[in-house]
Design a protein around this ligand. Structure first.
Ligand code: GCV
Length: 719
């Protein structure tokens, strides 16, 4: 009796586990390669793709072959034989520079001029054979072309008469992991760090390869493995061996590794008494360290540095400038082709100046003082990855220095692990902002891609949202932000809509209803979030330290610039930070055309109103409402937006994998709860100053301000 019960239990659990094994858990990201559902397209694909020829072997081209075989087998539902001589209906993937076969074909002459990472995908007729060529002047370019080709099939695009030429606008397309050596992730909401330092270098988790594949598929070509709040320990020999093991996996996929350099490392692991960048022993120490790194990792990318910011050590500890610090590291890296990405995220509460102005004040005078292999990495806005910020005034202000963009993919300030917020719209808003530095049309995108000032290096970084969660990003829709970052880093001219559509088709389905409804959800999601968190230019009013939830009441801390009241400045007269000439004059850091817009009450967009102006509660808005009413309407609109999202999502139940549907549904319910919490807490708090009623037609908060102020989250994630 007992034995039969045991057997039954085992059988049942076997089937349960099997089901779990095969249900969709998000691990495959956007590289699912499921069989094409559209029958006529499938027929057309299978007629055009009969054989595969991957010319010239190299680890990268072997990976190309593997990807094409896996991808095509999945998408077409049959095996595609690999051959060595062209036949009718062959897909050829080959490096143009190395390939004999391709020289015989009449490929578009443009191929010779395509920059290294770029590719050509072309349909051709050769000796009566129909062939499709994926080529590039580099192996990794062939890989990028391969992923584009597979994307065409995944998104069910026709592949007849192809002639696609594409190359990246920005050279360094890099993920920044804020991962600590103990595997916690600062501002990480998807579990622990995927780098298993303890088991490296001997144990190579299959995730490392899948991580590299996913990044290569969207053109990301670099990864900073460690937190900018850096630990010098990663620069010790034993850890460098671990880093080298990761680099060996990533190299095949065209991804270089970078490390964060703790400025005080010469003291902490080098037994020196100082880390002064002008001290000869210190300079020599870095040179030796860099030499050691390159002996283990010949294609090491370089260092990312956070210095003299939020307690991190830096050159100013020794009375030296940021340029002195950056140039010392740049000199050590120069012989090997490495770069320094020096962050401009600096501010000091001891300086009696608007925090929004400090990075500009510090860095603008240093323009032109950096070595050629230094990039200055600037956050998109002047404060800190808020739901909405105007673009950082440094963009356009340092023409003689390559400026890199730093976006945050992880949603520290936009709902962390539980809110569906599609960030392409935020990224695009910043990239498309006009700095006017060289007249109209001098967009931030043109500053960072180097085209405006003819820089030979250019870069863009995204603070990663990746962790050990099975679906990589915690929230399934977090994957869309990783995807969007990569796609926009490759081509910032893509629209948010195009990128969303690609992602949806590859992640969920090509069904038109699914595509259009999820696109609607994604495209409005960031504005919903701004509305229920920080409408009309409000910023930095979230929970203390963990940054979870609303807390506009934060005050009297050891640093003013870490409180909320410093930013919203609400009082009985009104609300907002006066950054006009009459206030901190942060507007003066922008070019006159921009400064004029932000300064003027008539011209300043509502989106930035309270970022730049302190206005009375009864100030008449363009809509005719008072400022107080407008604020309330925005908060309530944000919540309504989430309700609408939930309804749209629910209408897709029959068309979405069950597990994924439930996963997103539960998270949306949390998002709604938290949106209401943000709305109620903020409206009640600001009402203590406005002393005005919440407009009649709006439902009143069901809890008191005191209730919200007493909420406490000692174990909120990400710190
Ligand atoms: C890595 C904000 C975050 C910090 C982060 C810092 C930075 O202040 O809250 O966690 O530190 O930005 O970008 O350096």
């Amino acid at each position: 009796m007992k034995t039969s019960l045991l057997i039954t239990t085992l059988i049942i659990s076997f089937f349960i586990n099997r089901t779990n094994l095969y249900s969709e858990d998000g691990y495959r990201l956007w590289l699912r390669y499921d069989k094409v559902t559209n029958k006529s397209l499938l027929k057309s694909y299978t007629t055009q793709i009969k054989y595969l020829l991957v010319d010239n072997n190299s680890p990268t081209l072997s990976a190309v072959k593997e990807e094409l075989q896996n991808g095509l087998t999945g998408l077409l539902g049959k095996n595609i034989p690999v051959i060595s001589a062209t036949k009718n209906r062959t897909v050829i993937a080959s490096n143009y520079k190395k390939s004999k076969i391709l020289k015989e074909l009449s490929l578009s002459p443009e191929i010779s001029n395509i920059p290294d990472d770029g590719y050509l995908i072309q349909t051709l007729k050769h000796k009566g054979n129909d062939i499709i060529v994926i080529t590039s002047n580099s192996d990794v370019g062939v890989m990028y072309g391969t992923f584009e080709f597979l994307r065409l099939l995944q998104t069910q695009k026709p592949i007849t008469n192809l002639k696609i030429i594409s190359y990246p606008k920005i050279k360094l397309r890099i993920l920044n992991h804020w991962d600590n050596l103990n595997r916690t992730v600062e501002r990480g909401y998807a579990g622990f760090s995927i780098w298993d330092w303890h088991k490296l270098p001997d144990y190579i988790d299959t995730r490392y390869k899948d991580y590299a594949r996913a990044n290569a598929s969207i053109g990301i070509n670099g990864t900073v493995l460690t937190n900018v709040n850096a630990n010098a320990w990663v620069l010790t020999h034993d850890y460098l061996l671990k880093v080298a093991a990761l680099a060996n996996v990533f190299r095949t996929y065209g991804i270089k590794v970078y490390l964060t350099a703790r400025f005080s490392a010469p003291i902490e692991i080098g037994n020196l008494k100082t880390a002064d960048p002008l001290n000869e022993d210190v300079r020599q120490w870095w040179k030796e360290k860099v030499k050691e790194i390159y002996s283990l990792i010949p294609d090491f990318g370089g260092f990312l540095v956070k210095a003299n910011s939020e307690g991190q050590p830096g050159p100013q500890n020794y009375g030296r400038s940021h340029a002195d610090g950056a140039n010392m590291l740049a000199e050590a890296l120069e012989p090997y082709g490495g770069v320094v990405m020096w962050r401009a995220f600096v501010y000091d509460n001891n300086i009696p100046e608007d925090r929004a102005k400090q990075a500009y004040n510090e860095f603008k005078p240093l323009d032109g003082k950096f070595k050629k292999n230094v990039l200055i990495q600037v956050k998109n806005g002047p404060i800190d990855f808020q739901p909405r910020e105007p673009f950082h005034p440094l963009f356009g202000a340092m023409p003689n220095t390559p400026l890199m963009m730093e976006f945050q993919i992880t949603q520290e300030y936009l709902g962390q692990g539980t809110h569906l917020v599609y960030l392409a719209t935020l990224f695009k808003e910043c990239l498309e902002s006009d700095t006017y530095c060289k007249g109209k049309g001098s967009t931030v995108a043109k500053v960072i891609d180097g085209s405006l000032d003819n820089h030979s290096i250019s870069g863009i970084a995204g603070v990663s949202n990746i962790g050990t969660d099975r679906n990589w990003t915690g929230h399934l829709f977090g994957q869309a932000n990783w995807y969007a970052f990569g796609r926009l880093a490759w081509n910032h001219e893509l629209t948010s809509e195009e990128v969303a559509e690609e992602w949806i088709r590859q992640t969920f389905s090509n069904d038109n209803e699914v595509v259009s409804k999820i696109k609607t959800i994604m495209l409005k999601s960031r504005e919903d979030c701004v509305n229920y968190m920080t409408p009309l230019g409000l910023h930095h009013i979230m929970g203390w330290n963990h940054h979870y939830g609303p807390a506009p009441w934060i005050k009297d801390k050891h640093r003013d610039d870490w409180t909320s009241v410093y930013y919203h400045r609400a009082d009985s007269n009104g609300i907002g930070f006066d950054r006009t000439e009459k206030g901190s004059n942060a507007v003066s850091q922008y070019y006159p055309e921009v400064a004029e817009i932000f300064s003027s009450l008539e011209k300043c967009p509502d989106e930035y109103l309270l970022w730049f102006h302190h206005l009375p509660w009864n100030y008449k808005m363009k809509s005719g409402n008072t400022l107080w009413e407008e604020l309330c309407y925005h908060y309530y609109k944000g919540v309504e937006g989430v309700k609408e999202t939930i309804n749209i999502w629910k209408s897709l139940e029959s068309k979405i994998d069950k597990d994924e549907f439930e996963h997103v549904k539960m998270l949306l319910n949390i998002q709604l709860k938290e949106a209401i919490w943000w709305r109620n807490a903020c409206v009640l708090y600001f009402q203590t100053f406005s002393k005005m009623p919440i407009p009649n037609e709006l439902e009143k908060p069901d809890k008191s301000l005191e209730y919200y102020m007493n909420l406490n989250f000692p174990y909120a994630p990400g710190i």
